[in-house]
Design a protein around this ligand. Sequence first.
Ligand SMILES: C[S@@+](CC[C@H](N)C(=O)[O-])C[C@H]1O[C@@H](n2cnc3c(N)ncnc32)[C@H](O)[C@@H]1O
Length: 226
Amino acid sequence: MLKKIMLVIATVVLLMGVGGAGRSDQGRIPWKDPSPIASTEAEQKILDVLADMYLNQRRGMMNVQPEDGRVLRLLTEAVGAKHVVEIGTSNGYSGIWFCLALRTTGGKLTTHEFDARRASLARENFKRAGVSHIVTLVEGDAHKTVTRLKEPIDILFLDADKAGYIDYLNKLLPLVRPGGLILAHNTTNVRRGMEDYIKAVTTNPALETKFIHKHDQGIGVTLKKR
Ligand SMILES: C[S@@+](CC[C@H](N)C(=O)[O-])C[C@H]1O[C@@H](n2cnc3c(N)ncnc32)[C@H](O)[C@@H]1O
């Protein structure tokens, strides 16, 4: 399983390195990441909602880039995640990418947001994507509300206050199952206050971390070793 996960991560890194760049260096064949192809109507409906959100709602929502959303989906499905915990819902954009995978794995998403307006928008978006039944949206300051979590976590996604990543990690690492992942957004241009988190995930021998950096956001992928 460990090997399988590392293979998936290596493939993602490779794809992000050469795909979509449209470069025509000598000896390289230029190509672009293909768009996701829906295999069912329900999947197409979710992809349409995501496309609409990206086109019409993203202003002020601080959403992940679609290519990062696709990585979140891919990793979630690859580890067969049953429980994803997200810190920083915003309007639900990254949450819906997770749900694309969780529909298949039979899992659920618990997502945290303290801004009432964004939380309300997220509820609407989860509803129109048809995924509300697998989402629990917890409103309030996540530094406090995460202490109510008791169930094992397969994927922890950090995308709220950057200086708070270390606190979320300290509080939730015990719940992440061995073989589970901690994904941290915005690790390309490390923001003030994230240094403690970066140090924690790169110096703990119980963890294995690889940063996927293609554009100005990036994802830190950390495996909790078995
Ligand atoms: C970068 S946005 C999340 C984007 C979202 N993951 C996406 O890609 O669609 C960060 C969100 O975290 C929320 N947030 C920041 N600090 C928080 C806290 N302490 N508790 C709960 N939510 C918080 C903000 O209100 C904001 O909506």
